[in-house]
Design a binder for this molecule. Structure first.
Ligand SMILES: Nc1nc2c(ncn2[C@@H]2O[C@H](COP(=O)(O)OP(=O)(O)OP(=O)(O)O)[C@@H](O)[C@H]2O)c(=O)[nH]1
Ligand SMILES: [Mg+2]
Length: 360
């Protein structure tokens, strides 16, 4: 799962990215104009499983963050985003928009004043226009196709695109457009930017991070809207925290009136917004979090581990996490009746501990 960092120049993307790479499971790699970091998803549950099973190996879930080279200063105003830039954004599963709220007279803002809501709107407008361009091109093509040879599927798609156009023209991002689930599925192939989950990282000044309520109030629509979230942080502080020895971080945070680093929350929020969930496999060899889409069926979840387990699926032995945490061992769970046998169609729940029975 990939999250792409976007933002105006000097908004703090690289600072945030280095904070994230400080947490990376694998070293950050640089591939041409983009840098990639694979970041572990913080999860108390896997820590508890680790404590109980004392496995040789612990594997938490991870997600990938990419920073792509910044937008040119005047770019959003002039000719829109380049096709190459857009293609990179479209490949992402979610967007992390970094907007600058910190003031620093030595760093000129590309739009000359500090106004993070304006910056966010400017970026969203670019995304809306990019989506609208796709809708228009496809509508034209479908209209011709239907005139030549009418098919139900094409007619339906044209209808959905019409609804998208209405929303986009009213400046409603598609993630907030309240489309029917069937419409959403039909649209997936387009990889619309405004349909992707959006995390807004408001890069606050060091003097503001301790009292965020006021600074974040203007972001209420993003905080409240479906599939979007807002997180206030100081990218510079987050980066500095990663470089401190464990014991010193708390005191450092306290100096700025913050309890805990924002990065854990950012990663966990991203994971949730993308509609992801974890199930666990446990044992003395390895305790591992597997990433699935929320509500995935047991047989599909088995396939995430190995296609053989999916093919030869017999049943899943499932213990919900809370019940495991109470019993603290699988035999205890069995005795307590907390271990259930589930079939192929069981919708896996976040936190389930699963042992798949299979035969190939
Ligand atoms: N005061 C302050 N400065 C910051 C903060 N975050 C970043 N900066 C500074 O802002 C400048 C730009 O930060 P970057 O992280 O390089 O910004 P960027 O978005 O990656 O910029 P481009 O890659 O050029 O688009 C650097 O000098 C940072 O040290 C912050 O939270 N507070
Ligand atoms: Mg940068």
């Amino acid at each position: 799962m990939k999250i792409c960092l976007v933002g105006l120049p000097l908004s703090g993307k690289s600072a945030l990215f280095s904070a994230l790479t400080g947490l990376a499971a694998a070293p950050a790699s640089t591939k041409g104009p983009e840098q990639i970091a694979v970041v572990k998803v913080p999860d108390d549950r896997i820590e508890l499983l680790n404590e109980i099973f004392k496995p040789r190996k612990k594997t938490p879930a991870s997600i990938e963050f990419t920073e792509i080279a910044g937008l040119g200063a005047g770019e959003p105003k002039k000719q829109g985003l380049s096709e190459q830039y857009l293609a990179r954004l479209r490949a992402a599963d979610a967007l992390l928009c970094v907007v600058r709220a910190f003031a620093d007279p030595s760093l000129p803002h590309p739009l000359e004043s500090i106004d993070p809501v304006r910056d966010l709107r400017a970026l969203e407008t670019e995304f809306l226009l990019a989506d609208l361009a796709i809708v228009e091109a496809r509508t034209e093509k479908l209209t011709k196709q239907i005139a030549a040879k009418k098919s139900d599927r094409d007619v339906r798609e044209l209808g959905v695109l019409g609804r998208c156009r209405e929303r986009l023209e009213a400046e409603t991002p598609l993630r907030w457009a309240d489309l029917a689930p069937d419409d959403e599925i039909l649209l997936r192939g387009y990889r619309f930017l405004t349909q992707k989950p959006l995390i807004v990282a408001v890069n606050l000044g060091e003097d503001e991070v301790g009292r965020q309520v006021e600074a974040l109030a203007p972001f209420a629509p993003w905080a409240e809207g479906p599939r979007s979230a807002v997180i206030g942080l100081s990218a510079r502080l987050e980066m500095e925290i990663r470089q401190l020895p464990e014991g010193e971080a708390k005191a450092f945070l306290a100096d700025f009136g913050i309890e805990s680093p924002a990065l854990d929350k950012l990663i966990a929020t991203s994971f949730r917004l993308m509609g992801l969930a974890s199930f666990f496999t446990v044992g003395s060899d390895e305790v591992k979090a597997w990433t699935i889409r929320e509500g995935m069926r047991a047989v599909q979840a088995a396939g995430v581990i190995h296609s053989d387990i999916e093919r030869g699926f017999i049943r899943a032995e499932v213990v919900p996490f809370e019940e495991f945490a109470a019993c603290r061992s699988l035999p205890e769970c069995r005795t307590a009746g907390a271990l259930r046998l589930e079939g192929k169609d069981y919708p896996v729940q976040d936190g389930d501990i699963i042992n798949f029975r299979f035969a190939v």
